[in-house]
Design a binder for this molecule. Structure first.
Ligand code: SF4
Length: 383
């Protein structure tokens, strides 16, 4: 069996654009645009398949955007190419991102029959006023009914995405949301702090809203860690929690520097020692793929030095943390200056060492950007 690789397909269509969203997606999209995009992505998949004949594709992720908006027929066309042309592993994790406002029971059954075996549901909040303010196309009742519909359709691996740090959100409201979501029983829960992305409607109107301050957001984060851990979820990455054995195998590839190939506008790849991404423009991507034009946005070869820095940066965001032995073995680097920073942080409860590994504590995750910056600086300073 060849080296395992993840495959990501970017579906850049949403019913409408949410007011906080900075992902590359376009609202609406007529049927013709979706059909043309499917043709372009199908061509890209077909062209990519020969590069993976010596590998095994063990995770496939349809993200976006809102993939179900593309339609069942196009999703079938893409899945069919993946099944026929790619070395898909038995038991591969095949995830579909979905927005509760665009799926119903019938569609969920068809998606499950199509071969998707993991659903990532963007619930975000259970407060209808907040969902409306964020520009989401669903309410809390629809979110619950989409979750129940997915279960009834046979999805036994469902992830729920939530946001905290929302306008007007109190810690108590957030706790109540978490408890309710836990009662639904998803296998995976992601909790992301709302980021105000420049240029979005929410950023433009930010003065009109009362956002929780940094201390309140920190309390919300720590509340999530304790409620989810108490309920049997493993805190395996800074923002991600899963029942044992139900981590997102695909997303874990990004955090552990495992190889993956992403197709579609704005999609990134890390494969064969190179990192590249495609243009963040639907028309340019489609025109390039169907007209033999250039669709590459940027490409770089990552020297071992850069990989070593990424190892520290990404692994310190995971519960698995970093190991001096691993660092020396993989990158021939000097771990001592890194360890000195982590020891100093451990003295204040921000990091801890277990066996040969160093991990950040939940309190450390809260200030992970600062700690990681210190670690990277110490690394370049040497002994
Ligand atoms: S559904 Fe997701 S990708 Fe689409 S606009 Fe909303 S947040 Fe962005």
């Amino acid at each position: 069996m060849g080296q395992a690789v993840g495959l990501y397909l970017h579906i850049p269509f949403c019913q409408k654009k949410c007011d906080y969203c900075d992902f590359y997606s376009v609202p609406g999209g007529d049927e013709r645009a979706k059909q043309t995009y499917t043709k372009a992505l199908a061509a890209h998949l077909t062209e990519t398949a020969p590069a993976l004949t010596r590998h095994t594709v063990d995770t496939v992720y349809f993200g976006g955007g809102t993939p179900p908006v593309l339609g069942l027929g196009p999703l079938h066309t893409l899945m069919d190419i993946i099944r026929r042309r790619f070395p898909l592993a038995a038991g591969a994790e095949i995830t579909l991102e979905a927005n509760p406002g665009v799926v119903d029971d019938k569609l969920l059954k068809k998606l499950r029959r199509e071969g998707f075996n993991r659903l990532s549901l963007g619930v975000q909040s259970l407060e209808d006023d907040t969902l409306a303010l964020l520009g989401r196309v669903h309410n809390a009742r629809q979110a619950q009914s989409a979750f129940e519909g997915a279960r009834a359709a046979g999805f036994d691996n469902i992830g729920v995405d939530l946001l905290y740090g929302l306008p007007g959100q109190t810690v108590e409201e957030w706790r109540a949301t978490l408890r309710e979501i836990v009662a639904w029983g998803p296998e995976h829960i992601s909790c992301y702090g709302l980021k105000l992305e420049e240029g979005t409607p929410l950023w433009r109107d930010r003065a009109d809203y009362a956002f929780p301050d940094d201390d309140a957001q920190a309390d919300q984060y720590l509340a999530a860690v304790s409620i989810l851990e108490e309920n049997g979820y493993l805190h395996y990455e800074i923002s991600n929690f899963a029942r044992p054995g139900r981590v997102s195998r695909h997303n874990l590839k990004y955090w552990t520097l495992a190889p993956y190939i992403g197709l579609g506008p704005s999609a990134c790849s890390d494969f064969g020692g190179r990192r590249w991404s495609y243009v963040r423009d639907l028309e340019a991507y489609v025109g390039g793929m169907l007209g033999d034009g250039d669709v590459l946005h940027e490409m770089e070869e990552l020297p071992p030095e850069a990989r070593a820095a990424e190892y520290l940066m990404l692994r310190l965001r995971t519960a698995d943390g970093v190991s001096g032995n691993e660092y020396v073995r993989l990158y021939k680097g000097n771990f001592e200056p890194v360890e000195r920073v982590l020891e100093a942080r451990a003295a204040h409860g921000f990091a801890r060492s277990e066996g040969n590994r160093w991990r950040l504590t939940p309190k450390g995750f809260l200030v992970s950007n600062r700690i990681i910056a210190d670690v990277l600086e110490a690394r370049t300073e040497g002994p």
